[in-house]
Ligand binder design. Structure first.
Ligand SMILES: Nc1ncnc2c1ncn2[C@@H]1O[C@H](COP(=O)(O)OP(=O)(O)OP(=O)(O)O)[C@@H](O)[C@H]1O
Ligand SMILES: [Mg+2]
Length: 593
């Protein structure tokens, strides 16, 4: 996976491009979150009044004298009721605020993840198939599943609470300054220390989180691979070997989590100690002021309550800071998906294609997989519409690769492939892919029912059409034998069917497709001679009037073809099948480059 190293401001800039559509909702959320600040500041006030004016004999604060009716102020019992009502009122408002915050942030947050995840999934579908072949799907799945949630966690679980904590600090600081400026200065003096501490630890936390996430992803990928291939593992008796391999990954997981815990807890410890020292000094100053009469007992209690509240947002800010590091790493990993270029993409002026006639020309096509020797070297040939081409060649000669180029799973490094005289790259990709019905070498089915797998060829097909396709592919009989018939689940990737059954379902799927070009990569390799013989007739039907490319090692299957294309050391030669010698140039003239 490409890892562009994005700085933190760059990450936030990118995040904003995803959050823009949600900006008003986020603003509303921020406002609700901010409501907690005045509510928190009001919470200790009833206690101050009770201590100073009910237990003690201090007059009520001026603002309360102005607000409360006179008869309440002279009667102690009435005053107590007023204080209690104030206490309950503030608590109720705080609870309602918490409730609204929780529900709205969950709603908005899940919508944001939904949108971001959808965007990532769309991109993953458009990147080159060989990327998934190379990387395996698990890492992408982990990023989609876990890392994508960072798009919500950063703003809602980290930034908004962080900003609220900062505003709270500011508000409390101002209030404390008004009540006793010396006390306030001591209390706020610890802020710069905490800031430096937070910054230092942030870097280390981010690096450790990055390691944690990749070890987690590797462990899960290992488990998925081993469990997915459990038959092979058992057949080769490699359970212990795989167990050791899994434990190796899991060991790394433990190690990175431990180093995360040691960085995190060390930070927590230093932070907690800094806050305790600050509070101790402020306590000494406050007590001195109470003794000298500069501060009332009630105000002292109020200041200490604010001091405790100061520790709350500070603590929150640091916890959120640690969480933010993890989210930033997650977001960076999720963004890395979008950095993978969609190798095969439409040209800006790509042309539409309703239905091709099916004339295919390879013009000096060369191709090599990245980092490997060339598979095809300047391959040239022409196939008129409706021709059936049998492709032969030793294993690894490049037969499947040739057809992957034709279906644009990759583009040639050199030369061009023309369909009806137009370069494949000039067509819209979705239109181009509609022109092919493909039966791949290793047919993969989806873990749904047999019927749904056949319907994949044409989502609009009726049950009758599905059954007709299955009949044509000689699959109907075995499907009907199952108690659930077409509703039989096929298991993960079709594992509950035999190789030959899978192949026939893949053929039925291709039948339903009704495309002008048919591509069959060893469609009968898993079938017995009898079924194969039956199917050759069926293939006649499937391929009538369509350009067909049929890879096969079986001479019997080749009979259905008009011409034969032989691949050898990256080059091709064409033969008319019955003559087994170079085709007359009038019919198939290899294109000279
Ligand atoms: N994704 C890939 N990355 C790198 N090399 C690949 C990839 N796919 C195939 N190859 C290599 O390219 C060569 C041609 O492979 P290809 O699958 O086209 O062979 P084939 O003729 O279809 O063989 P077979 O008859 O065994 O199916 C082989 O040497 C193979 O190892
Ligand atoms: Mg092949």
């Amino acid at each position: 996976m490409p890892q562009h190293h994005r700085s933190v401001p760059e990450l936030f800039r990118q995040l904003w491009t995803f959050l823009r559509p949600f900006r008003w909702k986020l603003f509303g959320l921020w406002l609700i979150a901010m409501l907690s600040i005045p509510l928190n500041m009001l919470t200790p006030l009833p206690l101050t009044i009770a201590v100073d004016s009910i237990i003690g004999s201090r007059p009520l604060p001026a603002w309360l004298r102005a607000l409360a009716p006179a008869f309440l102020q002279s009667d102690t019992a009435a005053l107590l009721t007023l204080v209690l009502a104030g206490y309950i009122g503030v608590a109720l408002a705080a609870q309602l605020q918490g409730l609204a915050l929780w529900r709205i942030s969950s709603y908005v947050g899940e919508r944001m993840i939904f949108a971001f995840r959808g965007r990532l999934f769309e991109h993953l579908q458009h990147i080159c198939a060989s990327y998934h072949d190379q990387q395996g799907p698990m890492d992408s799945v982990y990023r989609l599943q876990h890392d994508a949630a960072s798009v919500k966690q950063i703003p809602i679980d980290a930034v908004i609470p962080f900003m609220r904590a900062l505003c709270m600090l500011l508000g409390l600081g101002l209030l404390m300054l008004v009540i006793d400026w010396q006390f306030a200065l001591v209390a706020l003096g610890m802020l710069p220390v905490l800031f430096v501490l937070t910054r230092q630890c942030g870097r280390r936390l981010r690096a450790t989180w990055s390691e944690v996430k990749s070890t987690e992803s590797a462990t899960i990928a290992c488990a998925q691979e081993v469990l997915g291939a459990s038959r092979i593992v058992k057949a080769f008796g490699r359970e212990t070997h795989e167990h050791r391999r899994f434990l190796g990954h899991a060991e790394n997981w433990v190690r990175t989590h431990n180093s995360l815990a040691s960085v995190g807890s060390g930070f927590d410890f230093l932070f907690g100690m800094a806050v305790a020292c600050g509070t101790a000094v402020a306590l000494v100053v406050g007590l001195g002021h109470v003794k000298s009469g500069r501060l009332s007992m009630g105000d002292f209690l109020l200041l200490m309550a604010y001091m405790a509240q100061l520790a709350g947002p500070l603590d929150m800010a640091t916890k959120k800071m640690a969480e933010l590091q993890s989210c930033l790493v997650g977001f960076r990993r999720a963004l890395a998906i979008l950095d993978i270029p969609p190798v095969i993409a439409d040209r800006p002026e790509a042309r539409p294609l309703a239905r091709a006639r099916g004339g295919v020309v390879f013009k000096g096509v060369s191709f090599a997989y990245p980092g490997s020797a060339p598979v095809l070297r300047s391959v040239s040939f022409a196939v008129p519409p409706g021709t059936k081409v049998g492709i032969m060649g030793t294993s690894g000669a490049g037969k499947s690769t040739l057809l992957n180029l034709l279906t644009r799973f990759a583009d040639p490094d050199d030369g061009a492939i023309l369909l009806d005289g137009v370069d494949l790259r000039d067509y819209r990709l979705t239109d181009l892919r509609r022109q092919f019905a493909i039966v791949p070498q290793d047919p993969i089915l989806f873990s749904t029912t047999i019927g749904e797998n056949i319907r994949y060829g044409n989502l609009e097909a009726t049950q009758a059409e599905i059954e007709a396709a299955a009949r044509a592919a000689h699959a109907h009989a075995f499907i009907r034998q199952r108690p659930l018939g077409y509703d039989t689940p096929v298991g993960e990737r079709g594992a509950r069917l035999s190789g030959g059954e899978r192949q026939r379902i893949a053929l039925a799927r291709a039948f339903l497709r009704d495309a002008p070009i048919v591509i069959l990569d060893e469609p009968t390799s898993a079938l017995d001679a009898r079924t194969e013989a039956d199917l050759i007739e069926v293939l006649e039907e499937l391929t009538r009037g369509r350009t067909t490319f049929l890879i096969t090692h079986r001479p019997g299957t080749l009979k259905a073809c008009d011409i034969q294309l032989v691949l050898k050391q990256g080059r091709v030669s064409l033969h008319a099948l019955d003559l087994d010698q170079p085709t007359p140039p009038t019919v198939l003239e290899p294109v000279t480059v």
